[in-house]
Write a protein that binds this ligand. Structure first.
Ligand SMILES: Nc1ncnc2c1ncn2[C@@H]1O[C@H](COP(=O)(O)OP(=O)(O)OP(=O)(O)O)[C@@H](O)[C@H]1O
Ligand SMILES: [Mg+2]
Length: 327
């Protein structure tokens, strides 16, 4: 398994990228880069420079000290190990790079083998037939069952996962012939939020999530939401609600009723031992409405925060924000 961790790059290549990066206008970077995805704490780049070909580089500008970065690194590597070796998920080949930018800020880059964009669940969804979409989601549920089955089998380590369809890539997917074979192999990509508890203790410092939050909101988020946000990734039922509710965001509301039914069959069938209550379409819809509202308000607050930093305080704002998220 060790070759899975084998991705290595010269950190100077990333430092050169960092020097030419304008977080406000990443497309104008001196070293050309394409954004593959936005996260709350990371931005995923494809950087067009010799030595970085074929990689997805996830940039995490959230650390205040090297100790924090080192702690994150250890947790990130352990999360990958547990998912792969203990839970039995498949991950893309991965690695990491640590650097300190010219202003003295430490940065962590997650490196992953870059997977074909059409193979990623939220893209494949639009190419597949309805029965194949159902099989894709069913396979996703089976992967989730591996995680929660593991959590059930032993008490020492409890692992959280974000089950959204955009976090999975279908191995060997051919967009020219968009059909699923008899066996579906999914790769899990979203390892930048390594949440797991060892004997009840959260390993990752959840404060890191608040780093990218506007400072004028951080205290209220800490007080009201942080625990809920973290806890929900440990709750299989909520993770599945989130997975299905995302179909609204993917502009496929038609999928919500059949997928809700599918999840309920799964909960009462092969995953019955996990004892989850059935879902309803109304609950999935209500969840989505609330979630969409919170995230768009939150993005607006981050933009205000960026404005405050850049224009008023004239301070560095290291995060790359999406222009607009289609909901
Ligand atoms: N290895 C990869 N190859 C190709 N595209 C990727 C890869 N990893 C991520 N992406 C793209 O970037 C998107 C976001 O990545 P990912 O899920 O890892 O982070 P996130 O959801 O933004 O997470 P977080 O909020 O935890 O930072 C993915 O949905 C996918 O479209
Ligand atoms: Mg994701």
């Amino acid at each position: 398994m060790s070759d899975l961790r084998s991705l290595e790059v010269d950190p100077d290549l990333l430092l050169a990228f960092e020097r030419g990066l304008d977080p406000r206008h990443p497309e104008r970077s001196k070293i050309p880069a394409r954004i593959l995805g936005y996260g709350e704490i990371s931005t995923v780049f494809e950087i067009q420079a010799p030595g970085l070909e074929g990689l997805a580089c996830k940039r995490l500008p959230i650390f205040r000290s090297l100790e924090e970065l080192e702690a994150y690194k250890g947790i990130y590597l352990e999360y990958n190990r547990v998912l792969q070796e203990e839970v039995g998920l498949r991950l893309p080949r991965y690695g990491f790079a640590c650097l300190v930018d010219d202003a003295g800020y430490p940065l962590f880059y997650i490196l992953q083998e870059r997977l074909p964009p059409e193979s990623i669940g939220n893209r494949a969804l639009h190419l597949l037939s309805l029965p194949d979409v159902c099989r894709l989601v069913e396979q996703t549920l089976r992967e989730l069952e591996k995680v929660w089955g593991y959590n059930r089998r032993q008490q020492e380590i409890q692992v959280a996962l974000d089950g959204q369809i955009s976090n999975w890539s279908i191995a060997g997917f051919d967009p020219e012939r968009p059909a699923l074979g008899d066996e579906i192999t999914l790769l899990y990509m979203d390892t930048s939020t390594p949440l797991f508890r060892v004997r009840g203790t959260e390993q990752l410092n959840p404060e890191l999530f608040l780093r990218s939050a506007p400072s004028f909101l951080a205290w209220v988020l800490r007080l009201l939401y942080l625990k809920d946000v973290v806890n929900r990734y440990y709750d299989l039922r909520l993770v599945v609600v989130d997975l299905i509710a995302n179909m609204y965001k993917e502009q496929r509301p038609d999928l919500v009723p059949p997928l809700t039914e599918l999840a309920n069959r799964f909960f009462s069938g092969e995953a019955a031992y996990l004892e989850e209550r059935p879902l309803t379409v109304a609950e999935v819809r209500a969840y989505y409405r609330e979630d969409a509202m919170i995230w768009s308000a939150y993005l607006a607050a981050r933009k205000l925060d960026r404005f405050l930093h850049a224009r008023l305080l004239r301070r560095r704002y290291p995060y790359v924000l999406p222009e607009r998220i289609r909901r």
